[in-house]
Design a protein around this ligand. Structure first.
Ligand code: MOS
Length: 736
């Protein structure tokens, strides 16, 4: 037990740090329960077609093999539906093994289950599939890729084009204009933790251990797929080794493990290997952007048109919402944003950290830099001159907005005043070209409903149960700090049950709404518990535990539930049904966003043209900082992601074969420690009390928005080269 002195220190630490560094945190793949069987998927080697015949005889002969599941012997089961359809649970609607159809390269065609992982792997390699191949479109540029206007096929107004005023007319009148096209590749999340499922049946009850950001969605999705009551399914996801959107919905292989476990009457573990994950789960879709900006000669932005094309699958329309964000970066009275979706033959893409905001923000913030140079105006001054208090799209005020403060503080900390405007005009002491770039970012401050229970035992233990998922972002730490403050309890005494469908309804944790969703009901329940104890004690003060002990009661507990401003009571039905029930960023009285400004220094080695990022300064406006240490870490992580997106990461496609070629960590190049220089993080820290009593907005994703354009703008400043695609590589700077 921590002493009082340690508690004060513990307040600044991650509550789960000790377990993590000692390796005692348990992940689903660590499961080694008695009787466990091991599974391996057999992926498709073609990009589209139909299975004619599957031969599993050789696989069956491998010693220890118990089952080879294919579409022929698996029996009937349902699709879990598509998360973004409004009533589904899966990252895609297409469910492998339900038919002979092959929809994308890497799709699971069979599942092998054996006594050992080695046997399962060996047998999986022996399954042979005879298939009839059909034509396919691997990229958004491939013949057969089909483009549809999002506004004509997805629900309105949620996925409508963004319009304010008459952007086309205003652009035609503008004295200074920019018209530029940008391109971003597909990318894959690569959390350290692989997706792993352990499925076990006992007395007709299915228990699933799987890292997911959406335990309730997995539970209800599996119930639908298996045709059983959701009361018969429990999902546990207490800790994830990284989510990043990859684990935000029902995976296609989870039900296969559950069915195999039911058939064999034994628990089954399926760990999807890294190489298969590039096709077994969602990814960041490739996108193209055209941005047109119009300004007067003084640098007042008059008009913007932002058109996007974003990759989706043949079977689902994964919505694009990039211009939701870019329409709110500045006070541009005449704005038009329109999104197009391009159907290709891949698994359905999905949400990868700042899913639309990173690519859309890259295009828009590079275009703003191009405009700054067209106007010969300092890029920070141009941004400050076009700040706004209200949202151009709805006309509503922002709940809070401190973009100017982010920029001003960044200017100070970075030393921006020493920057000379001309490209190629600054040199580092070692002779390399030096470039300084800036960009801003925004990310919606959304909120989901949540139910929180806080219970204090006479032995001093505090039990908190709420809907939320710990993927390393620090949600447990934020909860513990809030409860400790409210009850006057040591952080070490607080046990937090999250990611368990038996503890409380577990809404999807994503979209940077975790803190703003979880803390208000937790704080409220803790406050009620205190209030109840104080009343009992006739108004005397003290810690919750002192009051409880004085009362002689064995325990005290309180519950609270909260939903987003303006949400109807029925939204709790979606929460308990495992469906997304997110409110915002447009609320009845305001629009809520978090903001950030990034200042980046790059150095370009004159002969090899190697690009280094020695220094980044990031100033965030996320309202109240609920947990300083994990918040800082979030922003550092977001900056690293931005460096990866700008200079390293691309999922390579060979249009002749489909799928993704560089499906491992050797060839999917991520930034490593040696690529990262100094990252300085600061927060405006001004609470946003309109959004919730704690004044917290969101942070996880805004952290990354704007990093890539700040880097590419810095590369322009260093070299005079305008690069309009990601990632930027040495060869881009070598070309004339
Ligand atoms: Mo996150 S990309 O919103 O799961």
């Amino acid at each position: 037990m921590a002493t009082t002195t340690n508690n004060a220190r513990a307040g600044a630490e991650r509550v789960d740090a000790r377990d993590k560094v000692r390796g005692t945190t348990r992940y689903a793949a660590d499961d080694a329960r008695a009787g466990l069987l091991h599974a391996m998927l057999v992926p498709s080697r073609i990009a589209r077609g139909r299975i004619l015949r599957i031969d599993s005889a050789a696989a069956q002969r491998v010693r220890g093999v118990r089952l080879v599941l294919t579409h022929e012997n698996i029996g009937a089961f349902e699709s879990g539906g598509f998360l973004m359809s409004g009533s589904g649970f899966g990252f895609q609607s297409f469910q492998p093994l339900r038919s002979a159809e092959i929809a994308y390269r890497g799709q699971a065609l069979a599942l092998v289950v054996a006594d050992t992982l080695e046997a399962a792997r060996e047998a999986a390699a022996l399954v042979t599939v005879e298939a009839e191949a059909s034509p396919f479109a691997a990229t958004i540029g491939s013949p057969g890729a089909q483009t549809v206007a999002q506004a004509s096929v997805l629900p309105q107004p949620a996925f409508a084009d963004k319009r304010a005023g008459d952007a086309d007319a205003a652009l035609a009148r503008a004295a200074v204009t920019v018209d530029a096209r940008y391109e971003l590749p597909a990318q894959h999340q690569n959390p350290m933790e692989l997706i792993a499922t352990v499925a076990e049946w006992r007395d007709g009850m299915l228990t699933v251990h799987e890292p997911t950001q959406n335990a309730e969605g997995v539970r209800h999705g599996l119930a639908r797929q298996l045709g059983i009551d959701a009361a018969k399914v429990r999902v546990l996801s207490p800790t994830l080794g990284g989510g990043f959107g990859q684990k935000n919905s029902l995976q296609s292989q989870t039900v296969l493990a559950a069915i195999a476990a039911r058939m064999l009457g034994r628990p089954v573990k399926l760990v999807v290997p890294r190489g298969q994950l590039f096709h077994a789960a969602s990814f960041r879709p490739a996108s193209r952007h055209r941005v047109r900006l119009g300004a007067d000669r003084e640098g007042r932005l008059l008009a913007a048109i932002h058109e996007t094309e974003q990759q989706t699958s043949r079977h689902d329309l994964f919505p694009s919402t990039g211009t939701d964000m870019t329409s709110r970066l500045y006070g541009i009275a005449d704005f038009r944003g329109s999104e197009q979706l391009v159907r290709t033959d891949v698994q359905t893409p999905g949400y990868m950290r700042a899913p639309h905001e990173h690519p859309a923000g890259f295009a828009f913030e590079c275009a703003i830099d191009e405009l700054a140079y067209a106007l010969d105006k300092d890029p920070v001054a141009l941004r400050l001159a076009n700040d706004t208090r209200s949202d151009p799209i709805t006309g509503k005020p922002f709940s809070s907005r401190h973009v100017a403060e982010c920029l001003r503080r960044g200017v100070q900390r970075f030393g921006w005043a020493r920057r000379s405007m001309a490209p190629g005009s600054m040199r580092a002491p070692d002779g390399s070209l030096m470039g300084w770039g800036v960009a801003i970012g925004a990310y919606k401050a959304a909120v989901a409903p949540a139910v929180a229970k806080v219970r204090l035992e006479a032995d001093g233990r505090v039990r908190v149960a709420v809907g939320g998922h710990e993927m390393g972002q620090g949600i447990r730490t934020a909860i513990a700090l809030a409860v400790a403050r409210a009850l006057g309890a040591p952080v070490a005494a607080i046990e937090i049950a999250i990611g368990d469908t038996q503890a409380a309804p577990q809404h999807l944790t994503a979209g940077s709404w975790g803190t703003a969703t979880v803390l208000p009901p937790v704080q409220d329940a803790a406050a009620r518990l205190m209030e109840d104890l104080r009343q009992q004690a006739g108004g005397s003060s003290g810690t919750a535990l002192a009051l409880l002990r004085a009362s002689g009661r064995p325990f005290a507990e309180a519950e609270s539930r909260r939903r987003a401003p303006g949400q109807p009571e029925q939204v709790y039905g979606r929460l308990t049904g495992g469906l997304p029930a997110v409110g915002g960023p447009v609320y009845p009285d305001y629009v809520a966003y978090s903001f950030i400004a990034h200042f980046v220094e790059v150095r370009v080695e004159p002969t090899t043209r190697r690009i280094r990022v020695p220094r980044v300064v990031s100033i965030a406006d996320c309202g109240t900082v609920a947990s300083p240490r994990t918040a800082r870490s979030q922003v550092e992580g977001g900056v690293v992601w931005g460096i990866g997106a700008a200079l390293r990461e691309v999922s390579e496609v060979d249009p002749r074969h489909g799928g993704f070629l560089n499906a491992d960590l050797a060839e999917y190049v991520l930034p490593v420690a040696a690529d990262i220089g100094r990252i300085e993080v600061d927060f405006v820290g001004t609470p946003d009390p309109r959004l919730n009593p704690l004044g917290v907005k969101g942070l996880g994703e805004v952290a990354m928005v704007g990093v890539a354009p700040a880097i590419v703008n810095a590369v322009f400043h260093a070299t005079g080269k305008r690069l309009r695609h990601l990632p930027v590589r040495v060869e881009d700077l070598l070309r004339a």
